[in-house]
Design a binder for this molecule. Sequence first.
Ligand code: ADP
Length: 643
Amino acid sequence: MTAVSNGNFFLKGGGEMGELTRSFNWSRTSVGDFEKWPKSLRTIVSIILTSRFPMFLWWGDGLIQFYNDAYRPSLGNTGKHPAALGQNGVDCWPEIWPVIYPLIQKVLAGESVWSEDQLIPIYRNGRLEDVYWTFSYSPVHNDDGKINGVLVVCNESTEKVLAYAKLAESERNLRNVILQSPVAMCILSGPSFIIQIANEKVLELWGVTAEAIGKPLFEGVPTASGQGFEQLLEHVFLTGESFSASGLQFQLLRKGKMEKIYVNLLYEALRESDSTISGVFAIAIEITEEIAIRHKIELAEERARLAIDASGIGTFDMDMTTNEIITSYRFDEIFGCNTTKPADYYPTLIYPEDRKIRDRAYEILEQTGKLYYECRIIREDKSLKWIRVEGTIYKDETGKPLRLIGIVADITGIKYLIKQKDDFIGVASHELKTPVTTIKAYAQILEEMLKAKGEPPELPIIKKVEKQVDKLANLINNMLDATKMVSGRLEYNYSNFNFDDFIKETVSELQLTVNKKIELELSANNSHVRADKEKIAQVISNLLNNANKFAPRTKKIIVRTFTKEKYIYCEIQDFGIGVSEENIDKIFQQFYRTNNNSKNTYPGIGLGLYISSEIIKREGGKIWATSKVGEGSTFSFSLPCLS
Ligand code: ADP
C-alpha cells in the first residue's frame, strides 16, 4: 500500500481507486506530479475518491481520466479498468467518442449536460455491451477560474431499463393474450373503470364498436349501467376481492334491440408492483344460447312430465349397478304405496301365478334390452290390479347395462272391457250356435227331399245355403273356442295316433274344400303323437284354409312332415302374398289381421291362428311362420313324439 506522502496528502482513503490514484505515475501524463496539481484538481479528485456515488473526471487538455470505486463496476471485469486511470479520454473510449466528445465540448464551453437512461454501449467484459446511463456532465473550474475539466456524475441504469423493458413486454403479452382471446376479456382501469383494453369478443358482447375503448365503461357502454355492475366493480376495486358468478342475467342494446343476455363473469383486481389496485380485469363467457337450450329442454321435460301425468302412466328409472330405483308418484300410486319402496319390493306384489310372466319377460330383456309384460298385482289393501310394464335398458360404451327406464300403466279397466267383450262373444256365439245347427239340419233334410225328386233346379241352391251355413258354423265355433281358451274352459280329448296317417286323412277331406292341389311330402314315418285329434285337425284346417285364401293366383300347397329330436314337425307351404317381417309374430294374436288393403280382399276375423297357436302350445308344441312378401309363407308347428 502506498503511503500518503507529503505531495499526495489530499488523497486519503478511496478504496482501490484511492490506492491506484496514489501509486499512479502522474508525471507521465499531462497533469504531472501531485506537487504540480492545481488546488481545484486536488479538491475535485479528493471529492471523487471519497464519494460513494459513481464519479468520473476528464481533466486538462488531454482529458486525463480519474474515477472512483463506485464507478469502477461500470467498466466491467475485463477491459478498461485499470488502464482507464490517467488515460486520455479519446484513447479510453474510441467506441463512443463520437457521441460523448460533443457533450464534453459543450460542457467545456460552460453548459451542463444531463441525460436519463441513455444507451451508450461500451466495451467491457471482452465485448461491446449495451449500457444505459443516467448522467450529468458538469464543468470543473481551474484555480484561475477557467473551465478545465468535466465531472461526470453518473449511474448505470441498465438493470432498471431492462426491467422496464421486460415489464413493457409482459404488458404487451397480456394485451395480446386479451386481444386474441376467444373469450370476452377487458381491462378497466382506475376508479372510473376506463376501458383500457377490450377484445373483439367483449365489444361484440357489449354490442359496441372500438370507439368505446378509452372511455369510462358506463359511458362507452351506457346500457350496462343501472344493472348492478357499478357496485360489483367498485367492490372489487376497493377491496381487491375477486367476484365470479355463473348464469348472470342482464340486458344490453345489441344490433338496435334490447337483448336479455346470460354470462359467466369473473372480475379480478389488477394490482401494481406496490400492490395498490389500479383497475379490474374482467372475463365474460356468454351462455345465452346454452341457457335458451336448457330452458327448451326444461320446457320439453315439463311437457313430457305433464303428458305422462295426464296419461296416468307411472315411470321408473332403475340403476342396474346398485339396484336403486327412482319412481314417479303415479308409479307408487298404481302399486298402492304412498312412498317409493326398494326396487325388490314391487315384484312381491305380483299375483303368484303371474310371477313366471315377469321372469320370462326379464329373460327376454336380457336378450333384447326391451322389457314388456302384463300381469296382476295384489296391493297392500288387497285390491287387484292389472298392470302393463314396459322398459328399455341403457348401456355404457362397453355394453354393460346401466339403467332400466320404463313405464307402468294401470290396465285394469282395459282388461275388464276385454273380459266383457270375451263374455259377450262367448254368449253370442253360444246363442248363435243352436239356430245355425238347426238351419244346417233343416237344409240337409231339404237337400234329401229335393234329391228324392230327382235333380230339381232348387238342389244347387240348397247346397250353396249349406256351404254358407258351414262357414257360419265354423266362424261361430272359432269364436266359441277362442272365448273358451281365454277362460281356460276348452276341453281336450286325448288319443294316440299315427301322425302321417292322420295328415293323409285330414288333407283328403280338406282337399274337397280348397281349389289348389295339396301335395304331400310325408316323412314322419311311423311316428305317433298323443293329442286331441280333432283339435289338431282344426289347426291343419285353419292353416290350409289360409294357404288357400292368401294365395289366390297359385295352384299348389305343400304339406310336409318329418321328425327331429323327439318332435314331429308339420309344415304347410303356400306361394301367395306372404307376410311382412314386422307382422310375422303378431299374426298369432287374437283378432290380429295385417294392416293392409288385403283386409278387404280376404275375409276373416283374425282368430284362426290364435286358436291354432293356443292348441299347439297346450299340446306341448310350438307354432311359427316364415314368409317373404310376394313369394309365400310356410307355417310350421311341432308336437312331442311318442317314444
Ligand atoms: P283370418 O284368416 O281370419 O284373418 P288368421 O288368424 O287365420 O285370421 O290370420 C291372421 C292374419 O294373418 C290374416 O288376416 C293374414 O293377414 C295373415 N295370414 C295368415 N295366414 C297367411 C298366409 N298363409 N299368407 C299370408 N298371410 C297370412
